[in-house]
Ligand binder design. Sequence first.
Ligand code: SF4
Ligand code: SF4
Length: 237
Amino acid sequence: MMAAGTPDLTADTTPDLVTEMFGRLTSSMAALTNRILGADRSVEAVLLLNERMIDIADLAMAEMGKVTPSPRPIACQTGCSHCCRLPEPLTDVPTVIGLSYGLMASLDIDHYRRVHARLANAPRPGCPLLEADRCILHAARPLVCRAFNAYDIGNCARGLFIDGARGTGIELGDLWPMGICAALQDGLAQGLKALGLDAHQVRLAPALHRIVQQRDAVSRWLAGEPVFADLISQQGE
Ligand code: SF4
Ligand code: SF4
C-alpha cells in the first residue's frame, strides 16, 4: 500500500488554506503525542493515543467530505478487498501495538493462533488481517487503510494499483483522505521523535509477529530502542 507523504491537493483549492490545514493537523498530532506519551510511557497511553488519532482522522475526513466532496463516487464497499491483497501496509509502531492488543482482546485462542501462524509466514502477498474479504480489526485499521479509496473497483481488481506501485500509473480515488492521514502520520512521527522514540513506518505483519515473539519488544520500544527499525521495507529483513 502507499507510503505516507502528503499528496498535492492544491490544484482546486487555495494553496495557503491547504498548507495551513495540513500544518494544523500535523502540529496538533505532534502535540497530542507529546502530551499523552510524554506524561505516561505505557501501553495504555499508546492505546489512548491510537484512539485519539483515529477519532481525529475520521472526524477530519468526514468534515472535509462535506466541504470538498469527492468529484466522483467512491467505489469502495464492504467486502471489497483487492487493496488488502497488495503488499502489506506500512504503518506506525503505535498502530501496530494497538493491533497486537486488539488481536488478543477480540479473538478466541484458536483464531488468535491461526492469525499468528499467518504472521509467522510473512513476507506474503496481502495483509494477514484479511479474512473472508474482511479486515478482522477494521475499527483499528491503520490510517493508510482508512484513507485508501478508489473510483473504480474494476481497476483495483485488475491490479492497476500493483502496477501503479511499480511506477506505471496508479489509479487512486479522492486524495483528501490520504492527505489528512499523511498529515497526521507526519505529526505522530514528529511527536515520537521529540520523545526519543523510533518513528519509522514499519511493515505490519513482521512488526506484529515481533511483538508476539519478543515479549519485551513493546517496553523496549517505549524505552527508545529502535526495535522495529529493520522492518521498514520489503528489503528490511
Ligand atoms: S480501494 Fe479498491 S479494492 Fe479497496 S475497497 Fe476501494 S474499490 Fe475496493
Ligand atoms: S489492516 Fe485491514 S484494512 Fe488494512 S490492509 Fe490489512 S486487512 Fe486491509
